[in-house]
Design a protein around this ligand. Structure first.
Ligand code: FAD
Length: 317
């Protein structure tokens, strides 16, 4: 069976959930092979998790040359491996970096690129979320090795342990790929909460929350369910919550099992970042708010009345 290369995402010696999802998706198309890029020791730290998540092979490209530069070395590595292994497809997470790696790889190898997939069929057809999430389309690459970026949380990870056979890969990073270098990394801290794009539950607040202080109501509800906190752009622009938590066209795209929108009207630019969520709950005092067109469950009411009651009910469980 042909190999399907999966570019691994990891942080702090841990495998990101999005990679387990990619390995599940890869099995639809062939034999999942994980490609790890990072400083020395990275692969050892995540090898077991990769194996459990379904990697049959693990290609380890370790060293400062691949870890210290921007995305270009990853595209070079994947192009090299894809050629050597005659890969059937390459799957990459639809993150900012992932999309750039995928674009460069498509150009390098002359293969079709499908971005923002939310589902993959075993015949290679993918369902894509396009035009800022306002439409979904089914697409299929006409080239031998499709390059597909997959939106985190879209495909449920169904771990099926693989052999996890490690192979070290030597990579000669070209001078062109070294033109830009990482000088400093600053992690966005989410405290004890899960990372927004990886969270199973997201509770977001909008302009209706009315102040930074009031966001504690949103945070308490998110914490009661072990979820992440998000915000609309109006809430961010008003200074209620930091920009790193903005959901939408110019913020992050989330696709959790449960998305709660409190005091958010449901503008198209906000929907763009959350409408592929599995279950959407809206809390808004205006029964005509557009968010209710999208919501699976809606509560017409004052969020300062509804949200604390919901938090209390969850905490009692
Ligand atoms: P509003 O539209 O003002 O809605 C507030 C809602 O809260 C209302 O429905 C109101 O009924 C309700 N409410 C008020 N008080 C309460 C209460 N006590 N209890 C319950 N409900 C209450 N927006 C994003 O979110 N993300 C983006 O990434 C984004 N990108 C954009 C990009 C561009 C190019 C443009 C032009 C716009 C973008 N926007 C984005 C902005 C978007 O158009 C909306 O302005 C924004 O989403 C509105 O945020 P909101 O729903 O919080 O505020």
């Amino acid at each position: 069976m042909a190999e399907v290369l999966v570019l691994v995402e990891h942080a702090d010696g841990k495998l990101k959930k999005a990679t387990a999802e990619l390995l599940t998706a890869a099995r639809q198309l062939g034999e999942p092979s994980a490609v790890v890029v990072g400083p020395a020791g990275t692969t050892d730290a995540i090898a077991d998790a990769l194996k459990e998540a379904g990697a049959e092979k693990i290609y380890a490209a370790e060293g400062d040359d691949v870890a210290g530069f921007l995305v270009a070395p990853k595209a070079e590595l994947l192009a090299q491996l894809a050629g050597e292994k005659s890969a059937a497809a390459v799957l990459i997470s639809s993150s900012q970096d992932g999309k750039e790696v995928a674009g460069r790889l498509a150009l390098k190898t002359g293969n079709g690129l499908l971005t923002d997939a939310v589902d993959i069929n075993d015949d290679g057809t993918v369902t894509q979320s396009i035009f800022a999430g306002s439409m979904t389309v089914k697409s299929k690459s006409r080239t031998a090795m499709p390059i597909i970026t997959v939106r985190p949380n879209s495909i449920a990870a169904a771990p099926q342990a693989g052999a996890g056979a490690r192979e070290d890969v030597q990579l000669a990073v070209s001078d062109a790929a070294k033109r830009s270098q990482v000088v400093k990394r600053v992690e966005e801290s989410t405290g004890s909460r899960p990372e927004l794009t990886e969270a199973n539950i997201v509770v977001s607040g909008g302009r209706g929350v009315a102040s930074a202080e009031n966001f504690k109501v949103i945070e308490a509800f998110a914490d009661s369910m072990g979820g992440a906190v998000g915000a609309s752009r109006a809430a961010v622009d008003s200074g209620f919550y930091p920009h790193q938590f903005q959901v939408g066209q110019t913020g992050k795209t989330v696709s959790p099992q449960l998305y709660v929108a409190a005091g958010i009207s449901g503008a198209i630019q906000h929907r763009a970042g959350m409408q592929t969520s599995k279950t959407i709950v809206a809390i808004n005092k205006d029964a005509e708010a557009p968010i209710f067109e999208l919501a699976d469950f809606g509560v017409v009411g004052d969020l300062f009345n509804v949200v604390p009651q919901a938090t209390e009910a969850v905490n009692k469980r």
